[in-house]
Design a protein around this ligand. Sequence first.
Ligand code: SF4
Length: 70
Amino acid sequence: MEKAKCKDRTDVKFFPDNGDNAFAARRFCSGCPVRVQCLEYALHHNLTDGVWGGTSPNQRKAIRRKRATA
Ligand code: SF4
């Protein structure tokens, strides 16, 4: 968390309201030094809301599905 790009940022909506686009948050995550760890944390804990590691909930669902069949 110390290295997270989003640390101390309150202007980026990582948990957008229904209908809001998460694109801005996903884009913000690019270049985060702990993006991979953030994504793996979300996958490990089955976090189904918000943007983690630059991915939307649907993208994480697709990753989980792909890994389950691999
Ligand atoms: S990848 Fe995770 S830690 Fe990094 S900015 Fe995005 S939400 Fe924050």
